[in-house]
Write a protein that binds this ligand. Structure first.
Ligand code: F0G
Length: 448
């Protein structure tokens, strides 16, 4: 029998559960779960402060890099994130270890910031940050299938605005001989490339007609998987997803040679990624990896701004919103599942929330794309929040700022192309010209 060094803990009633069955909520009170670790054991293994920094620098940059699965930006943190998780169940597609893109000087100057970086999470296998949490959730499904055959685990399942489903499809495809994959996406509310990803990687795709979009799918998938325990729910409600995503914050700190940024800006939809970031930064401080906590900027589209409204109420009133379309479709969520986690973890942070309207999202997206950053509209929401925070003086010129880019631009090509064809040059749109096939016509267009 495995000697577990991590367990699930209910954030409402505090009850602890061994990872010997699948739970995505507390069986006693229905509260959300988080993964807790035997911290004494972890400290013994990886050390604290300088020793811990050296431990993980060796795994990423040193001789240990060559040892499987240290070439994964998720699994190299396993001794901190998931101590003693059985290696036989680990699925890795070399996710993570993404670039920290330095915004070019000319754009930094325009914005009035000296140190602005973008964490390029669109560089992972399915081109979004979901490839951080998914390998952990899928590996855990395999672990339960292997070690507890009586559970009769047959596959994984999720609701999605398009990126979770793409990632679930990719990782389950790799072990298709063992896991099937059922995804529910809001009909006609995700982009074609995202839909293509889920189809092409062999998921069973259900496009759900529901007036509440993703939130409607999320309610349905929970009811569906409650009836089908053979399918593991891999939405970020599942705390193993959060565990994998905790590697993003750690990697940002390591990218910066363990310098604490003044601010980290992050787009927020279902709030799983924000919850993971807060949680991992608290632990990074606890382990002496960093001396203080950075400020956090939570960014939402004006069309789906539940958490901004919560912040506007002095963090007192939480009210789910109603469905409205936005170009940042992947974060179009009005009742974020991880809100209770965020509420619990954000207390020690200086947290600010900003909303961006459609015009600002498109403009900021085009502006940073034109500076060489391959980012999605959701990432533009985070960058627009940085611009707003700089303009109102919350962020200072010399502050060290990291903005999380959650996916690649190409997943959202359709809305991007439409913008460039129809938008104005002042708003960074860059339309193409159609020219007759002769040199004279080309010269003529060139002279304009
Ligand atoms: N950015 C992208 C590209 C996303 O796909 C998502 C969420 C977010 C930001 C928001 O992150 O939910 O952790 O707050 N996409 C989910 C999905 C919901 O189904 O793909 P969050």
């Amino acid at each position: 029998m495995q000697n577990f060094r991590y367990f699930h803990k209910c954030i409402s009633c505090g009850k602890k559960f061994q990872p010997d069955r699948f739970l995505y909520t507390c069986p006693d009170c229905g509260g959300l779960l988080t993964v807790e670790r035997d911290e004494e054991y972890v400290k013994e293994k990886v050390g604290e402060g300088k020793k811990a920094r050296g431990y993980f620098d060796n795994l990423r940059f040193g001789a240990a890099r060559k040892i499987y699965p240290n070439d994964s930006g998720v699994w190299l943190w396993r001794d901190l994130l998931l101590p003693e998780f059985p290696e036989k169940s680990v699925i890795s597609l070399k996710e993570g270890q993404t670039d920290l893109f330095e915004v070019p000087k000319w754009l930094k100057k325009e914005i009035g910031l000296e140190n602005l970086y973008i964490k390029m999470e669109g560089q992972s296998p399915s081109e979004s940050f979901k490839d951080r949490g998914m390998p952990v959730a899928v590996s855990d499904a395999l672990r339960l299938q292997q070690d507890y055959p009586e559970l009769k685990i047959k596959g994984i399942s999720c609701a999605s605005t398009g990126d979770t489903s793409a990632s679930a499809a990719v990782y389950s495809a790799y072990v298709r001989d063992r896991l099937r994959c059922v995804v529910m996406v809001p009909h006609q509310k995700i982009s074609d490339p995202q839909l293509f990803q889920a189809m092409a990687h062999g998921a069973e795709v259900k496009a759900i007609k529901h007036p509440d979009g993703f939130d409607g799918c999320m309610t349905l998938i929970q009811k569906f998987t409650a009836k089908h325990p053979e399918l593991i729910l891999v939405n970020s409600k599942n705390d193993m997803r959060i565990v994998g995503q905790e590697s993003i914050g750690l990697e940002i700190l390591q990218d910066l040679s363990w310098q604490t940024p003044d601010w980290i800006s992050i787009p927020v939809g279902n709030a799983g990624n924000l919850a993971a970031l807060l949680r991992t930064l608290l632990r990074a401080k606890e382990f002496g990896l960093i001396p203080k906590l950075p400020g956090i900027i939570g960014a939402q589209a004006s069309s789906a701004d539940t958490l901004v409204s919560w912040a506007d109420s002095g963090f007192k009133k939480y009210e789910p919103g109603t469905y409205r379309d936005t170009v940042a479709s992947a974060m179009n969520i009005n009742n974020p599942v991880s809100f209770p986690r965020v509420k619990k973890f954000c207390k020690d942070f200086n947290v600010k929330f900003y909303r961006s309207d459609e015009k600002e999202i498109l403009k900021t997206w085009a502006r940073f794309m034109a500076a060489g950053a391959n980012i999605c509209p959701q990432s533009a929401v985070a960058l627009n929040a940085v611009i707003q925070a700089r303009e109102n003086g919350v962020i200072k010129e010399k502050d060290l700022v990291v903005s999380v880019s959650t996916a690649s631009a190409i997943k959202f090509a359709e809305s991007g192309i439409k913008y460039h064809k129809t938008g104005s040059k002042e708003d960074f749109a860059n339309p193409y010209e159609v020219i007759e096939g002769n040199l004279k016509a080309i010269e003529k267009s060139f002279d304009k």
